[in-house]
Write a protein of this length. Structure first.
Ligand SMILES: [Ca+2]
Length: 133
């Protein structure tokens, strides 16, 4: 059985429906007019979906941070018509269990420093909308 969650992840003042299932798999839905759209689903520990805030706007965060060798954040921002209005990847790639300043960091396909990586990552705020642990 799934758990129902609601969050206004497209910032239009109306809450969208999220169904959470086994292992935090999530289905994200929006309604436009009379039509329900299944926007996307996340299904594994390499693609964990969540609703977070960046710069005061809610966005979808999909992370791959539970395995060694990488920390990947994929951020997608939707408008009220289910259109993607911004998206980017923030990532760190490294040997072993943690990164250091010598490893590779990318933001919007541009190589950045570890400090820049952490500064951008720290702007991603989980505001506790849901019942996630
Ligand atoms: Ca909404």
């Amino acid at each position: 059985m799934g758990e129902i969650e609601y969050a206004d992840f497209d910032n239009d003042g109306e809450e969208e429906l999220i169904i959470r299932g086994y292992c935090n798999a999530r289905l994200f839905f929006d309604v436009i007019g009379d039509t329900v759209y299944r926007l996307f689903e996340t299904t594994s520990t390499t693609d964990v979906g969540n609703v977070v805030e960046m710069k005061g706007k809610r966005v979808i965060e999909r992370t791959d941070v539970m395995h060694v060798g990488r920390n990947i954040y994929r951020i997608t921002q939707y408008d009220s018509c289910c259109c993607i209005i911004d998206w980017f990847t923030l990532s760190a790639g490294f040997e072993g269990s943690s990164y250091s300043a010598e490893d590779e960091f990318y933001y919007r396909r541009r190589e950045i420093s570890m400090k820049e990586f952490e500064a951008i990552r720290d702007t991603i705020v989980f505001n506790g909308y849901s019942t996630m642990q």
